[in-house]
Write a protein that binds this ligand. Structure first.
Ligand SMILES: *[C@@H]1O[C@H](CO)[C@@H](O)[C@H](O)[C@H]1NC(C)=O
Ligand SMILES: *[C@@H]1O[C@H](CO)[C@@H](O)[C@H](O)[C@H]1NC(C)=O
Ligand SMILES: *[C@@H]1O[C@H](CO)[C@@H](O)[C@H](O)[C@H]1NC(C)=O
Ligand SMILES: *[C@@H]1O[C@H](CO)[C@@H](O)[C@H](O)[C@H]1NC(C)=O
Ligand SMILES: *[C@@H]1O[C@H](CO)[C@@H](O)[C@H](O)[C@H]1NC(C)=O
Length: 946
């Protein structure tokens, strides 16, 4: 997946003074603080590969189909109680089919809730063995007589096995439905699938699984909806010498011979009552490490070599403490008898919270202190925290349907910071939520084509619609509004409500309002109910900008839009006004929280006299940006705040400093001269700032300039000016910071000396491939610069190193750097490689194309490549369209985009439908921005140069 993309809004003349010198300073210092984060942080976690956009506007069913098997939701007549499943994956190609396959038997015991002569159960891509001429065998239990089967068939479109009976099943009675089946163990990253890798020169095959959201039905026939919880008795049959893992502890391992094949059978303890999407089955010859006595039920699994080299140690070190933290936070003990975490060579998402057997990409679980960077380590920490948080929230208590996915993922995305902070208290990791969630999602949620967090249950039906829920809005806005909720309730109250909710609904399902109920029960006195406050944040899209006039004490709010002229068609039940909790300070002292609710326009009711101020006393609102909104002030207060920043910025909380920088780029202001002053102040302040977060905030906003201008004349001038300034800053910086950081900064500026240095290092490595002389934290910078400056020899060497890499983080750095070359035919060849699973793993296809599109030379090539192949691809279209159109800012590109939409309207865009709409809206906004800013920026730069 591509790096995060940050859009900044109309900046008017902000750009002028932000020009070369300021740019250089900002880029320079940001580089110093950049811990190679962006490279690592954008691979989502959980289940489906996350989309960077929002969800679809189309509803699945135009007219209601008649027959139950034509509905995408199961009828409510049957309810599963338990399953008995035996699966046998073959890790060698099947001679007769030429495929990798698995065979299995499953028996599900279900209770009849309403009399019916129809059984509808999910089943996808499985070949069922006929039993007495039918696809399944039905038995009555506890004296119930099972009707005979009239007819049975597979309903491919809705992914069902349908069985019509000659008589009725009786409400209150239980039955057993048995099936025998064979499926392909494909390399498609879905359901029960296979992953491959080479070790000691030989090919190894792993059978593994990814059930979320709708793929359990591809492993065995099942009632595949999250509310259809049941107990699972699982047995895996596997090749001797391999190890089998599943959700529960193994309770019996026996060797036997089946049809002349020597196998081992591993039986697992019955699971707790759980959802199908959280099941996991894995057969491998992996090795593991186990925690110490107090955490002896914690294990980390990976390729033998990775375990032997200690790459699982860091994850093991932090898992125990984090489990203890969550037990205390939720006031509920860990619900299972063991906790396994496993790193897989092929895995589509970042990680998946299967209950008791969490699966990861290698880069999200394994850490090699000798080769990996600090950013790699941080990635492991936060992903592990996110998944462990789900063991209670999501797994023990599960949302009833996928329309509430935001609560599940938003919650884990919020509390992952708490767990991570507990395990690494010195890293100040909680602060990063402002960059990773709040600012990231502000960019999407400011579009008129955004969507509300919560959708109606009946609007989310088909698998495509479900997978489109896994997007930035669900994860990051979900995290941001839950953080806001926790902050205004206070953390102890929030945790008490949670604990009450988890207790009441353990092993069961909920809707979001159940959580509000439990928080309401334990709430402190609030002027509004939790429902009233929170529903405004989840049932309408977007967020407000709150404007405070400190001369009069007037406070107003307004729906914040990237393009203020864009038309918002989506109606809101609350008219786009919010109940806004305002934590604030005056004169450096925190004051009592104020609640804002009003329509736009000023009335006396919206006055808050304590917020008036005079002299040098400033008002700062939205302390620590705990609220999901922007804040604007009257000019005088801005000036007082900026004065404070330039005299002693430490008086202002760190997160607010990052917010002020972001607001300076993003807020609309009428007074042009004022903007110049503002930007000047900000740059002056930044030159004193020593913390990472405000710098990163500035850099991300600047990235927008670079994207908009790097194909135009302005960019050349910008670079020339920047480079000369960069050189003088280099000597200054290397005194102040260590040499490594100075080099990293100079490289980013394209300084000649740096190019020589990185190319030399790279050449040194080329001469002695077994000894890489490049520091782990610098690798991404050095590889990319050396490959960009080099030709086919550098590229081919890096490709070879990529193919040989045994550490996934190293491979990931090389894979992104290979996209840095400026040679078009190399980029085109690399694009071709991206679709060849023998060269680039399928899990990495989308992000590789996006890396290429990130390169100014590669962008048009990638765009052509995608257009030519649309419809046949295995790539995630939603992520691709986002990555490839980042730079789009011309009428011609807009036209192409619209043409593309038209040409493929018949095929449709599935889970990428809204991503395309958003790309069009963003391109339109970019065109407008460039039109307004290009000339003034050029003029200003021309001035600077003379
Ligand atoms: C599961 O099925 C196997 C045979 O398929 C049988 O031996 C076993 O007793 C069954 N277990 C349960 C819990 O029903
Ligand atoms: C399932 O059956 C179809 C049709 O006979 C066959 O082409 C396919 O290979 C089978 N799949 C497996 C995994 O056996
Ligand atoms: C099963 O066979 C394997 C390999 O032949 C052997 O290592 C293992 O000890 C046997 N396990 C049991 C339970 O007999
Ligand atoms: C894991 O913890 C042990 C014991 O505290 C420590 O020696 C080791 O360096 C840690 N490993 C990593 C990778 O952090
Ligand atoms: C699950 O919750 C529902 C609704 O609150 C309740 O009726 C049902 O009994 C619960 N089921 C279990 C197994 O706890």
């Amino acid at each position: 997946m591509a790096k995060g993309f940050y859009i900044s809004k109309n900046m008017g003349l902000a750009g002028l003074l932000m020009g070369a010198v300021a740019v250089v300073i900002i880029i320079a210092l940001a580089a110093v603080y950049d811990k190679e984060k962006t490279k690592n942080q954008n691979k989502p976690v959980d289940g489906v590969a996350m989309l960077t956009t929002a969800s679809p506007t189309t509803s699945s069913t135009l007219s209601t189909p008649k027959d139950p098997w034509e509905h995408y939701r199961l009828p409510d007549s049957l309810s599963p109680v338990s399953y008995n499943i035996t699966l046998w994956p073959r890790l060698v190609v099947n001679a007769s089919t030429g495929l990798y396959i698995f065979t299995g038997q499953s028996a599900v015991v279900f209770q009849c809730k309403k009399d019916t002569d129809l059984i509808v159960i999910h089943c996808n891509k499985l070949n069922l063995t006929l039993l007495n001429g039918h696809h399944a065998r039905l038995t009555g239990l506890d004296g119930a007589t099972a009707p005979t089967v009239k007819t049975s068939w597979l309903q491919v479109k809705t992914e069902y096995l349908v069985i019509q009976l000659n008589g009725k099943l009786t409400a209150g009675k239980s039955y057993r439905l048995s099936t025998d089946f064979q499926g392909e163990l494909a390399d498609d990253l879905k359901g029960f699938y296979r992953s491959e890798y080479t070790e000691d020169g030989g090919k190894k095959v792993v059978a593994t699984s990814q059930m979320q959201a709708t793929f359990a039905r591809k492993a065995f026939p099942c009632f595949d909806e999250p509310a259809m919880k049941a107990v699972f008795h699982i047995t895996l049959i596997h090749q001797r010498g391999t190890v089998a893992l599943s959700n529960g502890r193994d309770v019996e391992t026996v060797n036997s011979t089946i049809d002349g094949t020597e196998v081992t059978m591993t039986r697992f303890e019955p699971t707790k009552r759980m959802s199908t999407y959280l099941l996991a089955f894995i057969v491998s010859d992996f090795d593991h490490i186990t925690g110490s006595i107090e955490n002896n039920n914690v294990r980390i699994w990976a390729r033998r070599k990775a375990i032997a080299e200690g790459h699982g140690n860091y994850a093991l070190n932090v898992t125990g403490p984090m489990l203890n933290f969550f037990e205390r936070y939720y006031n509920a003990s860990y619900p299972l008898s063991k906790s396994d975490q496993i790193a897989l060579p092929d895995f589509n998402a970042g990680a998946m919270e299967n209950w008791g057997l969490i699966t990861y990409r290698e880069t999200a679980l394994l850490y090699d202190p000798a080769i990996s960077s600090v950013g790699n380590k941080e990635r492991v920490l936060t992903v592990v925290a996110h998944e462990l948080a789900h063991m209670w929230f999501g797994n023990l208590v599960t949302l009833r349907w996928w329309n509430d996915l935001w609560l599940n993922e938003g919650f884990a995305s919020y509390v992952e910071y708490l767990g991570a902070d507990y395990a690494e208290p010195t890293w100040n990791i909680k602060e990063q939520t402002i960059l990773n969630d709040v600012h990231k999602v502000f960019a999407v949620d400011a579009l008129a084509s955004s969507h509300p967090l919560s959708r109606k249950e009946e609007e989310v039906n088909q698998p495509d619609e479900i997978s489109e829920m896994f997007n930035t809005i669900s994860y990051s806005k979900g995290a941001a509004v839950l953080r806001m909720l926790s902050e205004f309730l206070t953390e102890p109250v929030f945790a008490r409500g949670l604990s009450s909710y988890l207790n009441e609904f353990a092993f069961n399902n909920t809707v979001y309002s159940d959580l509000w109920d439990h928080l309401q029960k334990v709430r402190m006195s609030l002027p509004h109910t939790v429902h009233d406050i929170m529903n405004r944040w989840i049932l309408q899209m977007g967020f407000p900008v709150v404007t405070i006039d400190t001369a009069t004490g007037h406070i107003t709010q307004k729906h914040f839009l990237l393009d203020p002229d864009s038309v918002v068609d989506r109606p809101s039940p609350y008219n786009y006004t919010w109940l806004v909790p305002i934590k604030w300070m005056k004169g450096g002292v925190e004051r009592e929280q104020h609640w804002l609710l009003q329509e736009t326009g000023i009335s006396n009711a919206n006055r808050h006299p304590p917020m008036t101020t005079a002299g040098s006393e400033w008002v700062l609102a939205n302390l620590n940006v705990s609220g999901y909104y922007r804040v604007n002030y009257d000019m005088d207060n801005w000036e007082r705040l900026l004065n404070q920043l330039t005299t002693d910025h430490t008086v202002i909380p760190l997160i607010n400093r990052a917010q002020i920088v972001d607001d300076a780029f993003n807020l609309e202001r009428d007074s042009v001269p004022w903007e110049s002053v503002l930007i000047l102040y900000i740059t002056r302040y930044l030159s004193q700032e020593r913390d990472y977060i405000p710098w990163e905030s500035a850099l991300r906003n600047l990235n927008y300039y670079i994207l908009m201008f790097d194909r135009g004349q302005a960019y050349g001038v910008l670079q020339v000016v920047s480079r000369s300034t960069a050189l003088s800053l280099l000597s200054l910086l290397s005194l102040r910071y260590n040499q490594i950081n100075a080099i990293s900064f100079a490289c980013r500026m394209g300084v000649e000396r740096c190019r020589v240095l990185t190319s030399d290092w790279f050449r040194e490595w080329m001469l002695n491939p077994d000894h890489n002389p490049i520091h782990p934290n610098l690798k991404t910078t050095v590889y990319c610069n050396a490959i960009a400056a080099g030709g086919v020899a550098e590229w081919d060497f890096a490709w070879q190193m990529f193919k040989n890499a045994t550490v996934a983080t190293e491979a990931a750095k090389l894979r992104s750097s290979l996209a840095c070359t400026k040679v078009p035919w190399l980029l085109n060849r690399y694009l071709d490689y991206s679709l060849d699973p023998a060269k680039i793993r399928k899990q990495d296809c989308t992000s590789t194309i996006n890396y290429i599109a990130g390169n100014v030379v590669g962008m048009p090539l990638a765009w052509d490549f995608i257009r030519a192949r649309y419809g046949g691809g295995s790539f995630s279209f939603s992520n691709l369209i986002n990555g490839v159109t980042r730079r789009f800012s011309t009428e011609f590109e807009l036209k192409q985009l619209k043409q593309f939409k038209e040409d493929n309207a018949r095929v449709g865009f599935g889970s990428g439908t809204l991503a395309l709409e958003q790309a069009i809206e963003r391109t339109t906004a970019n065109i407008k921005w460039v039109a307004e800013n290009q000339e003034p920026v050029m003029k200003w730069l021309a001035n600077e140069c003379t």
